[in-house]
Design a protein. Structure first.
Length: 278
């Protein structure tokens, strides 16, 4: 049970939601967008966050779209993870989502909530990073569409009032060879010790990682090393480990040495499956 009072608003379109956010913010209210709400409810019940107003964006038509046309897959930010898994328009994304929480909870977790939430794992972002997905965002200056690689750095870099409306994925990537491995400590629905995703396009391997370090990332310098065929397999793996953007993190799921071992083995398996030698 949430122990504090707050006002609840349901927006019917993106402009209404954004204008209400700005209006309430000007009144010095602490405002959050509500999209699935699993994290918001959990943190609020534990008194880890407080807010004076919630704006529910799940009824915005653009946010509930899930379709595939000749050129792209369009996923609204309010689409639950289970729906993405069941439709399976992009198998790599479906597989990335399948390890998040349990089946019942995935009916509530939206892809927008996973990307924009406070939890550091954000596993749905991994497939989108290697696929160079586009994000459609409502801002004060209107709607903008940008590459996810422009908007995601440790977390989704949006202004507080911005609304993630949709994710657009080029159909050209959905049948490309890919690799994915998700290491967990206890059960499949546990938070990951490490999650590696890779996609091979134009004979080049693109990779993204979650849980190995303090935040999820795709690093093009590491991809340059992975795709450098002048290096031996061992040299590639050593150089990748030594050039991570931040140190490997330790936590109760795994210490640094253990996580490094898992990562080395996983990267080796990735190179076996996708091949880094032309």
């Amino acid at each position: 049970m949430i122990s504090f009072d707050f006002d609840y608003y349901r927006a019917e379109n993106a402009k209404e939601a954004l204008h209400k956010y700005l209006e309430l913010s000007e009144q010095n209210q602490n405002v959050l967008y509500y999209n699935g709400g699993t994290e918001i409810v959990t943190y609020a019940r534990k008194n880890k966050i407080k807010f004076s107003a919630l704006i529910d964006i799940q009824n915005i038509p653009e946010c509930s779209v899930l379709k595939s046309n000749e050129k792209q897959i369009i996923i609204g930010s309010s689409v639950p993870l289970n729906m993405i898994i069941e439709k399976n328009y992009f198998p790599l994304l479906s597989n990335s989502c399948r390890g998040i929480a349990d089946h019942t909870t995935r009916n509530q977790i939206t892809i927008g909530g996973n990307l924009a939430g406070k939890l550091p794992y954000k596993e749905a972002v991994l497939s989108l990073l290697v696929a160079n997905a586009n994000l459609k965002v409502m801002t004060q200056n209107g709607i903008t569409i940008k590459k996810i690689t422009q908007l995601f750095d440790k977390r989704l870099q949006l202004k507080p009032e911005d609304i993630l409306l949709q994710i657009h994925i080029d159909k050209g990537v959905i049948d490309l060879p890919y690799f994915q491995i998700r290491e967990v400590k206890q059960s499949e629905i546990d938070y990951p010790i490490m999650h590696l995703v890779a996609l091979k396009q134009n004979d080049k391997i693109k990779t993204s990682l979650s849980s190995l370090c303090a935040f999820p990332f795709r690093d093009k310098d590491l991809e340059t090393i992975i795709n450098d065929n002048k290096l031996t397999r061992l040299e590639k793996i050593d150089q990748v480990v030594n050039n991570l953007p931040v140190p490997i993190s330790s936590n109760y799921r795994g210490g640094k040495d253990y996580k490094e071992m898992l990562f080395r083995n996983s990267l080796n398996s990735c190179l076996d499956q996708l091949g880094s030698e032309i």
